[in-house]
Write a protein that binds this ligand. Structure first.
Ligand SMILES: C[S@@+](CC[C@H](N)C(=O)[O-])C[C@H]1O[C@@H](n2cnc3c(N)ncnc32)[C@H](O)[C@@H]1O
Length: 296
């Protein structure tokens, strides 16, 4: 085997039996023991030596959006934990360097060994400030990708649903078009709310829609007009009294449920009618079940 231009010396202790087997193979094949050891290590650390079922190795320069679910550590999927352990750098959005974001908190519960780097995203109403923070975060991720890291970006719920990940991935691909981007799905808050509240989301001929409380194109009132459609309202915590008033006006308050801070300290699952007198946390989701169209 030709020698590469630079080599590093290392020492390994071999048990007697292994040393004797190595000597025998060297004699039989007329190769040096050093060459055989190099080949064995190369096999071990490269693709061909990967045991069946072993997790994939990291892909240098790849960005992976990893959904870590709504809050509970046991709702982080096996695939997500594998992605976190495979990545060479894991980043999580936060509001300031000393504030541990929700996604990072979930990672701490599900995979405490994973080290997380915080990326500051300004959660301000000023679009210029938000754009600046996004650009700064994208620059940092670009630096990591350029250095050959596989970067996992963690996000609550699913990375393809109302997530900061979509914005950062779009900014990156615009600046660095060849960047491979993949995502690992996460369990979404409304799924956990359906389970916790015993709500069947859809059945038979029913459909469902997810919309933000401030939807302008298909506002809540329009969505509620169809009784065969279940409606999931995101980002409505601060507007609970107004959301409840719309549900009441549409005759759909009964059966509607709120899930607040699911899987997090202070969590609450309640009938919307019982908690509609004041705003709830930003991390609140509402399910308005369909009232017609279920299978017989
Ligand atoms: C920016 S979106 C993030 C959505 C997330 N990517 C997903 O797939 O569920 C934030 C909204 O998600 C919902 N949400 C996320 N986590 C939640 C939780 N733990 N409890 C209740 N609602 C949650 C709330 O409606 C919140 O306003």
């Amino acid at each position: 085997m030709p020698y590469p231009t630079s080599v590093f010396k290392t020492s390994v202790y071999l048990p007697d039996a292994l040393k004797r087997r190595l000597e025998a193979v060297a004699a039989r094949t007329r190769r040096s023991e050093a060459e055989l050891i190099r080949e064995a290590i190369d096999h071990l650390v490269s693709e061909k030596g990967r045991p069946a079922g072993a997790p994939d190795p990291p892909v240098p320069g790849r960005l992976v959006g990893v959904g870590v679910g709504p809050g509970a550590a046991d709702l982080v999927t096996v695939r997500a934990v594998q992605a976190l352990r495979r990545a060479t750098v894991v980043v999580a959005p936060c509001t300031s360097p000393e504030a541990i974001g929700r996604a990072e908190t979930i990672v701490r519960g599900a995979a405490p060994d994973v080290v997380v780097e915080r990326l500051v995203f300004a959660m301000t109403p000023d679009p210029d400030d938000r754009a600046d923070a996004l650009a700064a975060a994208a620059t940092r991720v670009t630096t990591l990708l350029d250095a050959g890291e596989e970067v996992a970006f963690v996000t609550i719920g699913d990375p393809n649903v109302y997530s900061t990940f979509s914005s950062i991935a779009a900014a990156l691909v615009a600046a660095r078009p060849a960047t491979p981007v993949v995502t690992v799905p996460g369990i979404m808050a409304f799924q956990e709310l359906a389970a916790r509240s015993g709500t069947v989301l859809v059945d038979g001929q029913q459909s469902f829609v997810v919309l933000p409380a401030n939807a302008t194109r298909s506002p809540l009132t329009d969505a509620l007009a169809d009784p065969t459609r279940a409606v999931v309202v995101y980002k409505g915590g601060g507007k609970m009294p107004a959301v409840a008033a719309e549900l009441l006006a549409a005759g759909r308050l009964d059966g509607s449920v709120l899930g607040e801070l699911l899987g997090m300290p202070g969590e609450r699952v309640a009938a919307v009618a019982d908690v509609a007198d004041r705003p709830a946390s930003y991390l609140s989701s509402v399910i308005v079940p369909a009232t017609a169209g279920e299978s017989a």
